[in-house]
Design a protein around this ligand. Sequence first.
Ligand code: SOE
Length: 381
Amino acid sequence: MIAQPGPRLRAGIIGTGFMGTVHANAIRMSGGTIAAVASRSPEAAQAAATRFGAEEASNSPEALIARDDIDVVHICTPNSTHADFAAQVIASGKSVICEKPLATTVEDAVELAALSEESGRVAAVPFVYRFYPAVREARARIRSGEAGPLWLLHGSYLQDWLADPATTNWRIDPLLGGSSRAFGDIGVHWCDLTEFVTGHRITRVMAKTARAFGERTARRGSTRVDTEDGAAVVFETDRGALGSLVVSQVSPGRKNRLSFSFDGTNASFRFDQEHPETLWIGEVDSTRAITVGSESLSADEARRYALVPSGHPQGYQDAFTAFVTDAHRAIAGDSVEGLPTFLDGVRAAQLTDAVLRSAAADEWVSVPELITVPTARERQR
Ligand code: SOE
């Protein structure tokens, strides 16, 4: 099934790095127009506008947000700036797509979710691993009961881009990246995907964090950095399952290896983001690897994201383009199932906070099952 292009929205991008580039590719491939690009550096904005095929560069993020010819702003800046920019975009009456983490504190994330709910605009967060066809196939099969009751949810998310202690990046600086680095950056992807695919909700965690190196040099100079290179998390869910997650950004040879195995009493479902063209289904008397393609999937929701037949692997940028297309469809008024919103951004902040508190206290920490967002009246008290 060839996906239909999205609505022809006009988008603005704040941020010119790796994620800004991925968002720009996705906006163009979904049929949108990049009206403007902004950065704290006008020079960087101008260079990115050329690279991204944008109509122009804005003089500042604020100038971009103030424009009246933009439907949606994509925020792709360092984590510590997300809350302020997202609040400004919502106040301007536009829809917003804000990179995760939505905010570096639960309080800021809840405030943004409340503002977005009140605005009536679309406010999305790119938990893009939901958008692989193999993931949607697993979700549909698990929800149909094919796995039987899920009792064990386990996996890992391993990278090696911080395997050199001299690597500097704003993510290393807790003032720019937040108080959690590895879990807050990629552990939240794994948790979002697990809850999205299985329907389970994590109710409590027991976590430890760790660093591969005693010292790192943050971009601002030789500051001792004590955010984690990795974490090990044991968790329980609202439906009685046990789970375990290992997160690392210092695992040499693992580039972006998000993997899960969701084990039921009838079948297990395994996915590896570095080989997304295969969904592995294990049963006692047979195991099979489904090659993901438009003709091989059983679930409508999976076929919707399969652009080409089996043997033509889709990848990360395709998943990102599917996310942006769905978000832009929602902005255009379509009903879209499975779009990660600011409420999912709050969930990620809650899980990150629980993991850090558990690691510090060396004890189990509960996670709210439901996300409550105060009304405007409650917030005015
Ligand atoms: C860096 O760890 C990073 O770019 C994350 O920030 C993204 O969310 C993840 O999808 C890929 O790795």
